[in-house]
Design a protein around this ligand. Structure first.
Ligand SMILES: NC(=O)c1ccc[n+]([C@@H]2O[C@H](COP(=O)([O-])OP(=O)(O)OC[C@H]3O[C@@H](n4cnc5c(N)ncnc54)[C@H](OP(=O)(O)O)[C@@H]3O)[C@@H](O)[C@H]2O)c1
Length: 310
């Protein structure tokens, strides 16, 4: 099968289009999926650069790609919920930038019928992460105030919609065309993080969802109420600042399975959560797709169209 692979860490030049054996069902709970579309996540770029080797090591050669949308072609003996021909989305256990990928049954769900394969793959990490940050860790409740940092990005745009649907008051930070996007998604207030000072415009926030990390994170402590929460998916927050502002601040790594997608997918089926695909590249253009994400300013998810969409 055709796949994307790299044999050394580095810039996108290390990415090759290769022919490798199609994965085979090895475990009784495996689902083999013909990939129609795969997501390009910032994590794929961090792994390729070699930046994650200390905390999330990978072995080379490596086929990137964590989440896919496609069609089931075979199932392990103990798989009960899926059969060949089902259209699904999945967190794959073998690289998703390929014509076929394996996933465990517990990490597969039926594709929402309203979504194309490209839209559907974009939902997996976005919904799984939004669910983890807002509700599992953040305990966001109806009527509470949430500030979403990086709200026009792939994950942030889904968080805005899930928080609004949860009855929260949403303050979003964005820049450029992202400002109009997050307004259209229902944000109650939008702060242009490039020209406005967030600490002057937001206060008494119950939960900050940080999708940008880095130095910009330090200012986020100032907008929280006493006892509020800061949950970052990018950078572990300062324990000193958490003590100083008397807030609960933590980094989380979303551990996405089928269960974590349930609530968000109900919203998709009800037309209350819109998948946002920023741009689609062909599988063979994976290097360009990763560079497009690295360049920033992308609103929504970048996806690779694989098999049937070429
Ligand atoms: N821990 C986890 O489980 C987990 C899960 C998913 C994602 N992540 C990580 O979370 C991050 C976001 O992922 P994503 O897919 O949403 O990426 P993305 O689409 O690139 O979104 C990042 C957003 O952050 C904004 N941003 C950048 N600098 C900012 C600043 N100083 N202040 C406010 N906003 C800023 C960007 O806005 P502009 O484009 O306008 O600059 C962009 O909209 C990535 O680092 C990713 O690896 C972690």
């Amino acid at each position: 099968m055709k796949a994307i692979q790299y044999k050394a860490f580095g810039k996108s030049e290390v990415i090759e289009v290769v022919e490798i054996p199609k994965p085979e069902i090895k475990n009784e709970n495996d689902v083999l999926i013909q990939v129609m579309a795969a997501s390009v996540n910032p994590l794929d770029i961090k792994l390729r650069n070699g930046n994650m080797q200390q905390i999330r090591p990978i072995n080379l050669p490596f086929v990137p790609g964590a989440d896919v949308a496609g069609i089931v072609v075979a199932t392990g003996e103990k798989v009960t919920q899926f059969k060949a021909g089902d259209q699904v989305i999945a967190v794959s256990s073998i690289g998703g930038y390929a014509e076929y990928a394996l996933a465990k049954e517990s990490h597969v769900v039926l594709k929402p019928t309203s979504a194309t394969f490209e839209e559907a793959t974009s939902l997996v990490v976005n919904i799984g992460t939004a669910q983890a940050v807002l509700f599992n860790e953040g305990k966001l409740a109806k009527g509470q105030k949430v500030l979403i940092q990086g709200a026009a990005g792939a994950t942030g745009a889904t968080m805005v919609q899930m928080a609004k649907n949860g009855g929260a008051y949403v303050i979003a930070t964005a820049s450029g065309q992202g400002i109009a996007l997050v307004k259209s998604l229902g944000a109650d207030e939008v702060i242009d993080y490039k020209s406005q000072d967030i600490t002057l415009l937001a206060k008494d926030v119950d939960l900050v969802a940080d999708c940008a990390g880095g130095e910009s994170q330090n200012k986020l402590f100032e907008v929280l109420r006493l006892g509020g929460k800061l949950v970052s998916i990018v950078t572990p927050p300062s324990t000193e600042l958490a003590e100083k502002y008397q807030v609960d601040a933590r980094f989380i790594s979303s551990n996405i399975s089928a269960n974590s997608l349930t609530a968000g997918l109900v919203l998709v089926s009800e037309g209350k959560l819109r998948p946002i695909v920023a741009k689609t590249f062909r599988l063979e253009e994976a290097a360009q797709a990763q560079d497009f994400v690295s360049a920033g300013g992308v609103n929504g998810k970048v996806v690779l169209a694989v098999s049937a969409l070429q």
